[in-house]
Ligand binder design. Structure first.
Ligand SMILES: Cc1cc2nc3c(=O)[nH]c(=O)nc-3n(C[C@H](O)[C@H](O)[C@H](O)COP(=O)(O)OP(=O)(O)OC[C@H]3O[C@@H](n4cnc5c(N)ncnc54)[C@H](O)[C@@H]3O)c2cc1C
Length: 396
């Protein structure tokens, strides 16, 4: 019997919280709620340690969360390289920034999702959550007053389980079926997404992450596991759609050459591992993220264009804010969760949207990056202030 089967067999008929989706948002929320003593069921459709579309760069507030929760050491012990420098390339101009040693964090990381999501899911299991992969939340249940009261889960063997829950949490990504089932209102929308193509390369000499910005294109090179780097090219969706027929490889190569011939040259001397991953682009949004018996976290509640590489960092923050609200158990606390999230979410969606529009000159995109950096500093200040109170309840 596998671990997964053992967990399925031990599925109870009632939990304090059922989490749909076990990746960065869902696994973190399940872990934190279980650490706080709640009975938690977390259900994920895909396999443990499977991949998902993402260039997986984690920003400072996200790394601080991983450190405080005691999982950063596991990520680095698994061979994730520390990132100690970030270089922004605005055309030919380079701006180099050393990563400061603060809040217990002296480097950033960009772990493959096959690793990060599995480590968080394992930490949720260790905290006492029942975590089931290869199972699907197929239906949201309501009581006679219309309050969300549980879920129906179809396990890998096709068996259907009806499970009652104090709260049902949708951590099920942009196409959240929980959001759909509860009719979560869209409160704010982005308009100008970028398309992305990325792949993995071995043999690049990077010295930290590199973010390149040019006319109508952007690119990045991000050191990750197994001595590889994730190299992405971003472009307008109209061009992506028009030129896709000429081949993904060709379009990727063209964009990288346009933005930085030196980066293109370095790729010719490197070894590509596996295929290229295309993402056609999707406008950002913010959804109402709580109601009677339900809540949304991560991309299910708020999605922003990946050009600012903030989705994981924000999912980790919101997992902690939501867990605190669920432990508090009041409607006011759930309302407070959305209020606090939106102190960051709207600005992040709008900043990402403007950068993804490519309608800027270098002065403007630098100003947007500065705003992003100030927002992250504010988030780290908030984390420091909340730390003592939260650590007592939610952390290791
Ligand atoms: C091309 C691209 C590049 C990106 N690059 C970065 C980056 O560099 N840095 C960064 O921070 N962010 C990046 N992001 C964004 C980041 O990947 C997301 O913000 C992050 O994955 C959100 O995590 P999540 O846990 O909310 O949702 P997801 O990672 O989408 O996970 C949701 C999970 O829910 C499961 N699920 C859905 N429905 C059900 C159901 N009914 N029952 C059971 N399970 C279900 C799915 O199988 C899925 O595994 C990128 C995104 C894209 C598209």
């Amino acid at each position: 019997m596998t671990g997964n089967e053992r967990q399925r067999d031990s599925m109870r008929s009632r939990y304090d919280a059922v989490v749909t989706g076990v990746r960065v948002a869902g696994a973190s929320t399940a872990m934190l709620l279980a650490r706080a003593g709640l009975r938690v069921l977390a259900v994920e459709r895909s396999a443990r340690a499977s991949d998902i579309l993402s260039t997986h760069a984690v920003m400072r507030p996200g790394v601080v969360h991983l450190h405080r929760w005691g999982v950063l050491d596991r990520i680095t012990a698994a061979g994730t390289p520390p990132i100690r420098k970030t270089t922004f390339h605005y055309g030919a101009e380079k701006v180099e920034l050393a990563i400061q040693d603060r809040d217990g964090v002296d480097a950033l990381v960009a772990p493959r999702r096959t690793l990060l999501d599995a480590i968080l899911a394992d930490a949720a299991c260790e905290a006492g959550a029942t975590v089931i992969h290869r199972a699907t939340v197929s239906q949201i249940l309501h009581d006679s007053s219309g309050r969300v009261s549980g879920v129906e889960v179809v396990d890998a063997a096709g068996a259907v389980h009806r499970v009652k829950a104090g709260v049902v949490i949708g951590a099920d990504g942009v196409r959240s079926s929980v959001a759909r089932a509860v009719g979560a209102e869209v409160l704010h929308e982005g308009r100008t997404p970028a398309a992305v193509i990325y792949g993995y390369w071995r043999g690049l000499d990077l010295n930290g992450t590199h973010w390149h910005f040019g006319r109508n294109v952007a690119a990045g090179a991000i050191p990750t596991n197994d001595g590889a780097a994730c190299v992405f090219a971003a472009l307008r969706p109209e061009r992506f759609n028009a030129q896709l027929r000429s081949g993904l490889d060709r379009l990727y190569g063209e964009v990288i050459s346009e933005i930085d011939p030196e980066l293109a040259d370095s790729l010719t001397g490197a070894e590509r591992i596996g295929k290229l991953y295309p993402f056609a682009g999707r406008p950002g949004f913010i959804r109402r993220s709580w109601g009677r018996g339900w809540a949304l976290v991560g991309d299910a509640g708020c999605f922003k264009d990946p050009i600012t590489a903030h989705g994981i960092t924000d999912a980790l923050r919101d997992a902690e804010l939501l867990s605190h609200a669920v432990v508090d158990g009041t409607i006011a606390a759930l309302g407070g969760y959305q209020y606090e999230r939106d102190q960051y979410a709207k600005e992040l969606v709008d900043l990402s949207d403007e950068i993804a529009s490519f309608d800027w000159d270098f002065d403007r995109v630098k100003a947007l990056h500065l705003r992003l950096s100030k927002l992250m500093a504010r988030e780290c200040d908030m984390l420091r202030e909340r730390q003592t109170a939260l650590d007592a309840v939610l952390c290791v």
